[in-house]
Design a protein around this ligand. Structure first.
Ligand SMILES: Cc1cc2nc3c(=O)[nH]c(=O)nc-3n(C[C@H](O)[C@H](O)[C@H](O)COP(=O)(O)O)c2cc1C
Length: 367
C-alpha cells in the first residue's frame, strides 16, 4: 500500500506498520506520529482534550506564547498554557528573540510540567517578526542556531522547532537551519511547507519539505501544511519522507483525523467516519469543556471563533450560523444543538465530505 521510508530507518514501509512504531523526541515517546499543530485562538486546552478523547493524537502544542509575557506573569499567557492531566503530552510553544529570556522561559515551563518546548520560527505576524521573533529568526542562521542551542542546553525536556521553508522563495533557509539544529540537539523540526511571504496562499511545497528531510541525518521532521485527508497524509509521508505529520486546520474540520490516520496505518482503512449527530456530540463536548474551564460567558466568546469552522462542516443555514457567531450563553448553545438535531443534516450533506481549508484573510502583517 505505502512506500514510505522513515529517516534513520533504511527499510521501506510495506504496509504501514512502521508508521505505528513509536516516535521518539529525545526522552519523549509519542503514541502516534500525528500531531496537532498550534492554531492561535483555537487549539486551547478544551479543544485539545476533546480531540484527545477521540484517540490517535501523538502530541499537541499550545499556541505561541511570548517568553517576555510568560516571565512577567501575564494573565493571558497563563490562559494560553493552561493544561490538565488529560491534556498530555503537551508541548508549549514559545517565541521571542532574547536568548536569556528564551532559556528562562523554557526552564520555567519545564518546572511547570511541559513535556517539550517548541520554538516558533514560522509566525509571519508583524508584531512577532518586528522584534526578531517568529519567521524573522529564519534569516540569521548563526544567531538563531546559537539561541536554539542555549535553549536545548537549559532544559532536560526535548526542544523542537517549528518553522516555514524560509522568508521567501529566494531564501529557503530551512534545510541549513534544520541541519544546524540537529547538531545543536534539537529533538524534531516541524516544517510548514510555505514561506513567510506566502502566508497561507498557494499550495504547500512538498519538494521544499523533502529538501529539509534530506538535509538532516536522523532528526525526525514533522511535515505540515494542507493535510486534511488520509490521501494528503499518505502523500506527505511518501513524497517527503517525513517521520510524522502536523495537522492544524484539518483538525478543526475533522477532529477524528488522528484516530483515522492510526486506523489507516494499521489496517489500510480509515475506520470510523462520524455521523452528523456524532459531530454535534463533539461540538457539544468542546463547548462544555470551555464552560468547565472558565464559565459560560468565556466559553461563548471563545466558541464564536470556532462557530465558523463548525458551520463550514455542519452547514446549519444562515440563521443558525449567525447565532453561533453571536453566542452569549449555554442556554443559547443548547438550543442551537437541539434545533440541529431535530432538523438533521441538509439533504446534500455526506459524512466524511469536507469543505476546503479556510485561509486567514488580509495582509500577513495584520493577522
Ligand atoms: C488561525 C491560525 C493560527 C495559527 N497559530 C499558530 C501558532 O500559534 N503557532 C504556530 O507555530 N503556527 C500557527 N499557525 C500555523 C499552523 O500551525 C500550521 O503551520 C499551518 O496552519 C499549516 O498547517 P495546516 O494546513 O495543517 O493548518 C496558525 C495558523 C492559523 C491558520
Amino acid at each position: 500500500m505505502l512506500g514510505v521510508t522513515i529517516p534513520g530507518d533504511e527499510s521501506t514501509l510495506a504496509k504501514g506498520e512502521r508508521l505505528n512504531a513509536p516516535l521518539r523526541l529525545g526522552n519523549l515517546t509519542l503514541a502516534s506520529r500525528y500531531c496537532l499543530s498550534p492554531l492561535a485562538g483555537y487549539t486551547n486546552m478544551p479543544f485539545r482534550v476533546a480531540v484527545r478523547e477521540l484517540g490517535g493524537l501523538g502530541l499537541a502544542t499550545t499556541e505561541l506564547v511570548s517568553t517576555r509575557a510568560l516571565l512577567m506573569g501575564s494573565a493571558k499567557t497563563s490562559e494560553y498554557i493552561e493544561t490538565c492531566a488529560a491534556d498530555s503530552p503537551l508541548a508549549v510553544q514559545i517565541y521571542g528573540s532574547d536568548a536569556k529570556e528564551m532559556c528562562d522561559a523554557a526552564q520555567w515551563l519545564e518546572n511547570y510540567g511541559a513535556a517539550a518546548i517548541d520554538i516558533n520560527m514560522g509566525c509571519p505576524v508583524a508584531k512577532v517578526v518586528k522584534n526578531g521573533g517568529g519567521s524573522a529568526m529564519m534569516c540569521n542562521i548563526g544567531a538563531t542556531t546559537a539561541l536554539v542551542r542555549a535553549v536545548v542546553e537549559a532544559v532536560r525536556i526535548p526542544v523542537t522547532v517549528k518553522m516555514r521553508l524560509g522568508w521567501d522563495d529566494t531564501n529557503h533557509t530551512a534545510p541549513s537551519l534544520a541541519r544546524e539544529f540537529e547538531q545543536a540537539g534539537v529533538a524534531a523540526v516541524t516544517i510548514h511547507g510555505r514561506t513567510r511571504e506566502q502566508g497561507f496562499s498557494g499550495k504547500v511545497n512538498i519538494d521544499g519539505i523533502r529538501a529539509v528531510v534530506e538535509s538532516v541525518e536522523r532528526m525526525p521532521i514533522i511535515g505540515n501544511g494542507d493535510v486534511r485527508s488520509i490521501a494528503d497524509a499518505e502523500r506527505m509521508f511518501r513524497e517527503t519522507g517525513c517521520a510524522a505529520i502536523g495537522i492544524g486546520r484539518g483538525a478543526l474540520l475533522n477532529p477524528w483525523i488522528f484516530a483515522q490516520l492510526c486506523s489507516w496505518a494499521t489496517t489500510g482503512d480509515v475506520g470510523f467516519v462520524p455521523t452528523y449527530d456524532q459531530r454535534l456530540d463533539f461540538m457539544t463536548r468542546h463547548y462544555y469543556l470551555l464552560v468547565e474551564q472558565r464559565g459560560e460567558r468565556y466559553a461563548s466568546l471563545v466558541f464564536r471563533k470556532c462557530g465558523g469552522w463548525y458551520s463550514r462542516v455542519l452547514k446549519p443555514g444562515r440563521e443558525i450560523h449567525q447565532k453561533m457567531m453571536m453566542l452569549e450563553c449555554l442556554a443559547d448553545f443548547d438550543a442551537i444543538v437541539a434545533t440541529l438535531r431535530e432538523k438533521g443534516p441538509p439533504p446534500t450533506w455526506k459524512a466524511g465530505e469536507l469543505p476546503e481549508i479556510a485561509v486567514p484573510k488580509g495582509p500577513i502583517s495584520h493577522w
